[in-house]
Each structure stands twice: as structure tokens, then as C-alpha cells.
Design a binder for this molecule. Structure first.
Ligand code: SF4
Ligand code: SF4
Length: 229
């Protein structure tokens, strides 16, 4: 069993929490100085689950669902793998030598192994607070709607996803202005869940191109289609 530095911290955080959704695990990491994005935490949690190192259950959340991740007791297997690694490199090691390191303080190198990530999109571009709109403002705004608006309907688009390119960064479905996209239950060959059109939103895409423009992997695009009558 091998765990990278971030995986180690995530399993440790989950152990303290017992079980938690990805967002709370990310908050727990941040409280202890590990700044990582939600997307990164979510991806690592999914990989740990795929390797059988943590549990995962679905729960309803705001009309959709989300995964709640659960700590599994991997202590014995983990310790055994460390000892196996030590034996593999150094042969038999004196137990007193190991005890000496067990009681020593963690080195600075261990603390520094997880590098800080850049701030999240939400931190860089915080949403402006929405002020209540007065009746007068609503009336004035209604006057600005073109009287012949019905002659110029919004365009319609069809969404295409190149699943194998997707790396589950969440950008497309989090930024779609009409909430057309959601995460799929299925994964591609690299273990990433990819976007799909939300049920009931098959005709909702307006071909705005936001999903295509934000995708770092060129994994999603839309083409304009005739609006269905
Ligand atoms: S083109 Fe715009 S409306 Fe359509 S799925 Fe992409 S972001 Fe959503
Ligand atoms: S399709 Fe692109 S933007 Fe959407 S999750 Fe996959 S990689 Fe991210």
C-alpha cells in the first residue's frame, strides 16, 4: 500500500472526522494548513475509494446527490507496508532504531511535502452579494425588454463530451449558467467521472459555449441545433 503526501493527509483528516463529504474534508485540510481545491480533494477521494482504502456512500443533497466518504481501518495494512518497504531497502532493521524515529518530532521536510495550491476560483472571483430588487427597479427593467423579443428566441445547443479526455475538474457543470450539466456515475478509463446532460434539461442548452471555453482538456463542446417547437 502506497500513499502520497496529499493522500496521507486526506486519509488522516477523514480518520479524525469519521465520515464527511469532499467539501468538509477540504475544509478540514485547510484548518490544518493544507490549502487544496475542492476538485483536487474530490479527485483524490475518488481514487482512494477506487483502491478500496476508504468507503463511500451516496446521500441526497439539494435535490441531487453527493458522496459521503468514510474512514476504513487500514492501520495494520499500512504499517505492514511501511515495514515491508524498510526491509526491502535495508534488510532487517533493529527495532530500537525504529523506536528512536517513532519518538522523534516530525521533520520540517515532512511538514513541507504538501505544497500550497493557488487560490480557488471562488476565492479569486468571489460572487457579489445579491441585493434585494425593489418593485420600482423591476418595473424599470421590464420597460427595457424589447417588445419584439419573441421574434428572436435564444439559440439552442447540443452538448458533446469526449469522455476519455475529461479529468473531472468540475468547471463545466459548476459554471454552466443554466445548470444543464451534472456529474455522471460512470467513469472513463482513467477513473474520472465526466459531465452529462441533466435529466429534464435535454433542451435547455443555449449554446453559450461557457462549458467549452472553461474546459482545460478540450473535452466538451456544443453545436447549435434547431429549437424544438
Ligand atoms: S453551452 Fe452553455 S448552456 Fe449549454 S451546456 Fe455549455 S455552458 Fe451550459
Ligand atoms: S469536460 Fe472538461 S471542464 Fe468538464 S469536468 Fe471534464 S475536464 Fe473539466
Amino acid at each position: 500500500m502506497r500513499l502520497g503526501p496529499l493522500e496521507t493527509r486526506i486519509v488522516g483528516t477523514l480518520r479524525n472526522m469519521g465520515s464527511a463529504p469532499a467539501r468538509l474534508v477540504r475544509d478540514g485540510l485547510r484548518e490544518h494548513g493544507t490549502k487544496v481545491t475542492y476538485a483536487t480533494v474530490s479527485t483524490v477521494l475518488d481514487r482512494l475509494h477506487a483502491r478500496g482504502l476508504i468507503g463511500r456512500e451516496k446521500e441526497d443533497f439539494k435535490g441531487r446527490f453527493r458522496y459521503v466518504y468514510r474512514y476504513l481501518d487500514i492501520k495494520e495494512e499500512f504499517l505492514k507496508s511501511i515495514v515491508d518497504d524498510v526491509r526491502l531497502i535495508f534488510g532487517d532493521v533493529d527495532i530500537e532504531e525504529i523506536e528512536h524515529h517513532l519518538h522523534a518530532r516530525p521533520t520540517k521536510a515532512v511538514e513541507a511535502r504538501v505544497e500550497l495550491e493557488p487560490p480557488t476560483f471562488e476565492e479569486t472571483f468571489p460572487r457579489p452579494s445579491i441585493e434585494p430588487v425593489s418593485r420600482e427597479t423591476l418595473y424599470l427593467e421590464s420597460l427595457r425588454s424589447p417588445v419584439n423579443l419573441s421574434r428572436f428566441p435564444s439559440p439552442r445547443g447540443r452538448v458533446y463530451v469526449i469522455r476519455e479526455r475529461c479529468k473531472e475538474c468540475h468547471f463545466c457543470w459548476e459554471l454552466c449558467p443554466l445548470d444543464v450539466l451534472e456529474i455522471s456515475d460512470d467513469v472513463n478509463s482513467r477513473g474520472y467521472r465526466y459531465p452529462k446532460v441533466r435529466k429534464g434539461k435535454e433542451d435547455a442548452c443555449v449554446n453559450c459555449g461557457m462549458c467549452r471555453d472553461v474546459c482545460p482538456e478540450f473535452a466538451i463542446y456544443t453545436l447549435e441545433v434547431e429549437a424544438s417547437a
